[in-house]
Design a protein around this ligand. Structure first.
Ligand SMILES: [Cu+2]
Length: 129
């Protein structure tokens, strides 16, 4: 009898912990492949206040950058270490695969380019709705 209350309390605490963990939604994956010399796809659309896993793969023979300083500046970045120190871009060596976990916060249109090859037409755009 005297053990009923602590066990019930423990069960309730466990249920709350499990509920909180389960309630956190999985991020939506958006994949961008880099080739010599373009982004595939070159236009990305996000919804603000939604968590994303921006998955980048460099399939080219050259080093490319996912350069989008204004976009990154208006997003909550879960793993900022994956960005350059000025938070403007993700550096991608050939065969690199990297994830940026982010939540866009501000609707608008944002520039996307490869800082090395924008002169070669390696540009795109990002829309946050
Ligand atoms: Cu490039």
């Amino acid at each position: 009898m005297r053990w009923t209350y602590p066990i019930a309390a423990l069960g309730l605490a466990l249920a709350i912990v499990i509920g909180v963990v389960a309630a956190k939604p999985r991020p939506v994956t958006v994949t961008v492949t880099m080739v010599d010399y373009r982004f595939v796809p070159d236009h990305l659309t996000f919804t603000h206040d939604v968590r994303y896993r921006l998955h980048l793969e460099n399939h080219g023979k050259e080093t490319h950058e996912f350069t989008a300083p204004a976009f990154f500046a208006t997003a909550d970045i879960g793993n900022p270490d994956v960005l350059s120190s000025d938070r403007s871009e993700v550096l991608m060596q050939p065969d690199d695969k990297k994830d940026v976990f982010l939540t866009p916060l501000k609707p608008g249109t944002y520039d996307l380019r490869c800082a090395d090859h924008d002169w070669f037409g390696m540009v795109g755009g990002i829309t946050v709705k």
